[in-house]
Ligand binder design. Structure first.
Ligand code: 5GP
Length: 207
């Protein structure tokens, strides 16, 4: 039987650094990133079909009609974001751990559909630091910053429904600590007996 990787959901308020954390994780060949579709415009430095698949609202709605998404959501800014079924199935089939960097609404949909998914919330060290990081991006309007900060509080309230909460401290050391915490989570998850059914049957252990 082919090795099945973990479905890892990584959420956290905009500006908490989860994108940078995910980029660090996928430097490890056992991890792949699921590229979402969005109707928002690319930010400077983002690469089409690597950061996101940038599509029109019409195309997004067409995909919804065709049941092309595992989950999708309209974010606080009004833009649509969704995880493409085809992309997820193809990448999971490779046996790698697949990272879905999605918001709390998407995470709820994934949990309902895949109870075995591992949900990780990334939190900033403080709300002041979150605001500082959003401003430092230099790509958001005041209106977008205000919406993202309001939304941040709402998202963090969902942390108790996640399996793990990791604080992403600032700087390179903080980033590496966060990535290491997630590698440790994955190692521990892989040792859960319910993920070892094949081994348990081979050892002739029955309930
Ligand atoms: P941003 O505009 O900062 O890239 O993303 C805004 C929010 O949308 C973030 O919380 C991000 O995690 C979330 N997001 C990105 N892709 C998806 C997706 O495919 N589905 C859902 N539900 N949320 C997503």
């Amino acid at each position: 039987m082919a090795k099945q990787g973990l479905l890892l959901v990584v959420s956290g308020p905009s500006g908490c650094g989860k994108g940078t954390v995910c980029s660090r994780l996928i430097q490890n060949p056992a991890f792949l990133f699921s590229v979402s579709a969005t109707t928002r415009q690319p930010r400077p430095g983002e690469i089409p079909d690597v950061s996101y698949h940038y599509i029109t609202k019409e195309r997004f709605l067409e995909l919804v009609e065709q049941d092309g998404f595992l989950e999708y959501n309209r974010y606080a800014t009004g833009d649509m974001y969704g995880t493409l079924k085809e992309e997820t199935e193809r990448k999971l089939a490779s046996g790698c751990n697949l990272i879905l960097e999605i918001d709390v609404n998407g995470a709820r949909q994934i949990r309902a559909r895949f109870p075995e998914a591992v949900l990780i919330m990334i939190a900033p060290p403080s709300m002041d630091e979150l605001e500082r990081r959003l401003r430092k991006r230099g790509t958001e309007t005041e209106e977008s910053i205000a919406k993202r900060l309001r939304r941040a509080g709402e998202e963090l309230k969902e942390a108790p429904g996640y399996d793990y909460l990791v604080v992403n401290e600032s700087g390179e050391e903080g980033l590496q600590k966060t990535a290491d915490a997630i590698f440790a989570i994955v190692s521990a998850e892989c040792c859960k007996p319910r993920r070892k059914q094949e081994l348990l049957s081979a050892l002739n252990i029955t309930k």
